[in-house]
Write a protein that binds this ligand. Structure first.
Ligand code: MOS
Length: 738
């Protein structure tokens, strides 16, 4: 095992740092969107359709209108003109549900908004919403989760002749895997507080992408950019569900303008299952073929996901497939199938998470067919370059992830026969799954002020979804200046700030590193240019800033001058810098390098056949995510992802009632997620190899990768314990009763 080369000794980067916004949150002083309370505020409650397909024939408002406190009922007749986004570009406004609310009378999914009541109180609005009578002409709907994956889908990646190589090979696997609809369930509900002040709008939002949110509002409302400000200071997580705007934000925006009063709309937990996206169900056929020595000779991956009637969200299950393993012959194809459901959307690790469930499960099945250890099978098929593009990997340590994980887990003690391992009267199952997630970065702007009162401020219009972005920004400024973290104020979550990246794609950290670092260096440069007079005979280039002191480079920092004194002497309020950095899906770096994070999960389950009790008892995860800037927050992320993986493997699935088309388990009692009581013993290791191709600190991303591969490790362990191979998630107890 090689050891990680460190960039340079650092006081701030790579240290396990508590979140600087932690005290605000645990003391209840962090204001989340639904906490925003403005004078004269009204409350909006949408009316949702109770059919999944058809047409509205009438809406009766008389009774609702007459109820106390009701101010307005928005519907197709009075909502006014809303616009679709031409092109739906990721740069200036992207949405998954492109249809503006009430655009037509057609109902395409259960729960679709058909009207919206605005009243003096939430209770009054709720009661009136329930009193709106809607009549429908009902058509047949389709919410079936059987998709019918076939051979003629769109080719996403191809090399060699996968079909022929498959035919010729001595050992093969050909299986169908499927993953269910999963619903994002952050504790914080989606919410909008919209405020039209007579001239412009302010939207307090639960948004993982305020800049995109503004771009979407601007286009769909048809108003100038400078008239819309979006604020999202604290988020109770999002998991991708809060990346793109959903129609409720527009309803609140229309209502505040019409009423000339602020309007709050909080999406209910039930609506969270209907109106703000979900991970679509997927069906994936995987064909693997190998020679008897374990060398892969053919890999085929064909996948479908369901999508909405009016939109075409594609879950790219084949994202990781072409570069995961070495094989001469490969074919990856995909497509979508229309269902009467709200639009699916990105959910933690979109594409790779369901995709790697299938691929890693198939690898486990192939290992069994070959009678080769599943870790060994992966090591045997480790590629030297990204075989889908021929590009070199910027930094890939999957082999080390597998080896380190195997060692920590005690994998060498595994006996492969089903049910052969016991402990304390329980049957043990051990499984493994590898994972990958692309290294992404988006454009970012940032500004930094080093202030005469001895504090600093850094601003970037990105968001902190609970993962530690406030802290990372402070760490970056501290790294370049030595100013203590508690003296650094961080501004984010406001479109009035320099434009920041989305909090998505595990890309926020890598996106802010160059802009914030350059802005800090620019501020320091300005400071040093003013410091020259304090150091006789010194030129700017002889000076440096360390530990908050300006000093001659050859001297210890404390022999210099506190930077605040330099500013005071220069009669300056602050030394400031700003910078921007480019990124995006067309990042030129991606033409030269294959950039991904990697990892391996080792899972242990315990099985009691007498009572059909299955538990995940232990997980060892090793992640190669580049340099980890804050190992404490980073470990939290991966632990959370593994817990989500326990839920993915054993519990989570949104069920649609075939009669009504409604997601019927749309509450916390019936939609089962992994909780503390389900937590295995978690052991997370970061390899911490800096990816300096990607950025100066070598950080990639770690938010999503932890959820990829874990479900396959768990179902592999379930097979090892019980002999039952579950290819359709989640594992149900019924599956194991043989
Ligand atoms: Mo993530 S699904 O990009 O929030």
């Amino acid at each position: 095992m090689s050891t990680a080369p460190d960039i340079k000794p650092s006081k701030f980067i790579g240290r396990p740092q508590s979140r600087i916004d932690g005290p605000l949150k645990v003391s209840g002083r962090a204001t989340y969107t639904s906490d925003v309370d403005l004078p004269g505020m009204l409350y909006a409650v949408p009316v949702c359709s109770t059919i999944a397909s058809g047409k509205i024939t009438s809406l009766e408002f008389a009774a609702a209108q007459a109820m106390p406190g009701v101010k307005l009922i928005l519907h197709r007749g009075n909502i006014g003109k809303l616009y679709r986004i031409p092109g739906n570009s990721f740069e200036d406004g992207y949405v998954d549900e492109q249809r503006p609310p009430f655009e037509d009378d057609i109902i395409r999914y259960y729960g679709q908004y058909v009207a919206c009541v605005i009243a003096e109180t939430f209770e009054a609005a709720s009661a009136a919403a329930a009193a709106v009578k809607v009549s429908y002409e009902v058509s047949e709907h389709d919410v079936s989760t059987t998709l019918g994956v076939h051979d003629d889908l769109k080719v996403a990646s191809e090399r060699g002749d996968a079909a022929n190589a498959f035919e010729q090979a001595p050992v093969k696997i050909d299986e169908l895997y499927s993953t269910p609809v999963e619903t994002h369930n952050p504790i914080e509900l989606h919410a909008t507080v919209a405020h039209w002040d007579g001239d412009s709008y302010t939207f307090y939002e639960t948004s993982q992408a305020i800049s995109n949110h503004r771009g979407t509002l601007v286009q769909m409302l048809g108003v100038p950019k400078e008239k819309v400000r979006v604020i999202s200071r604290y988020l109770g997580s999002g998991f991708g569900g809060k990346l793109w705007m959903w129609p409720h934000s527009l309803l609140a925006g229309i209502a505040t303008k019409q009423m000339e009063r602020p309007v709050k709309l909080v999406v209910s937990r039930k609506m969270m299952f209907q109106n703000v996206g979900h991970r679509p169900t997927t069906e994936q056929r995987v064909r693997l073929a190998a020679n008897a020595d374990g060398k892969l000779v053919s890999l085929r991956h064909d996948f479908l996901n369901h999508s909405a009637i009016a939109d075409d969200y594609a879950e790219d299950c084949g994202e990781a497939t072409p570069s995961m393993y070495s094989t001469k012959n490969l074919r990856v194809t995909g497509g979508t199938v229309k269902r009467n459901v709200g639009s699916p959307t990105s959910m933690r690790g979109p594409g790779a998470v369901p995709g790697l469930f299938a691929i890693e499960s198939a690898m486990d099945e192939l290992a069994i067919a070959l009678e080769i250890d599943p870790v060994q099978l992966r090591l045997l098929n480790e590629p030297k370059v990204d075989e889908s593009s021929g590009l070199p990997f910027s930094s890939r340590h999957l082999v080390e992830c597998l080896q380190t994980g195997a060692e920590k887990f005690g994998w060498s003690k595994r006996t492969p026969e089903v049910g052969s391992m016991k402990r304390d009267g329980l049957t043990l199952g051990w499984g493994v799954g590898a994972c990958s997630w692309p290294g992404l970065r988006f454009s970012a702007e940032a500004s930094v002020d080093l202030r005469a009162d001895g504090t600093a401020r850094v601003a970037c219009g990105t968001q902190d979804i609970g993962t530690g972005t406030y802290t990372i920004l402070a760490q970056l400024v501290a790294e370049h200046t030595g100013i203590a973290l508690d003296k650094i104020e961080v501004g984010l979550g406001d479109t009035a700030l320099p434009i920041g990246p989305i909090s998505g794609g595990s890309a926020a950290t890598a996106s802010v590193i160059p802009a914030v670092s350059d802005a800090t260096r620019a501020a320091v440069k300005m400071l040093l240019s003013r410091a020259v007079s304090a150091f006789e005979g010194a030129k700017e280039e002889d000076l440096a800033m360390t530990s908050g002191f300006v000093h001659r480079k050859q001297d210890a920092p404390e022999r210099g001058v506190p930077y605040a004194q330099i500013l005071e002497a220069a009669n300056m309020h602050a030394a400031s810098g700003s910078a921007s950095a480019k990124g995006g899906f067309n990042d030129p770096l991606k033409k030269k390098w294959s950039i991904h994070s990697y990892g391996a999960h080792f899972a242990e389950v315990t099985w009691e056949p007498e009572t059909a009790r299955l538990r995940v008892s232990r997980v060892v995860t090793v992640i190669d995510g580049g340099k980890i800037l804050n190992p404490r927050a980073g470990r939290n992320q991966v632990e959370g992802a593994v817990m989500m993986g326990v839920g993915m493997a054993l519990f989570e699935h949104t069920t649609y009632d075939p009669r009504t088309g409604a997601p019927i388990n749309s509450n916390f009692a019936d939609y089962v997620m992994a909780t503390h009581a389900d937590a295995p013993k978690l052991d997370v290791t970061f390899l911490d190899h800096p990816d300096t191709v990607f950025n100066e600190l070598g950080a990639r991303g770690i938010a999503e990768i932890g959820l990829a591969g874990i479900a396959a490790a768990i179902t592999g362990a379930v097979h090892h314990a019980t002999g039952v191979r579950v290819r359709k998630l989640p594992v149900m107890i019924e599956d194991l009763l043989g």
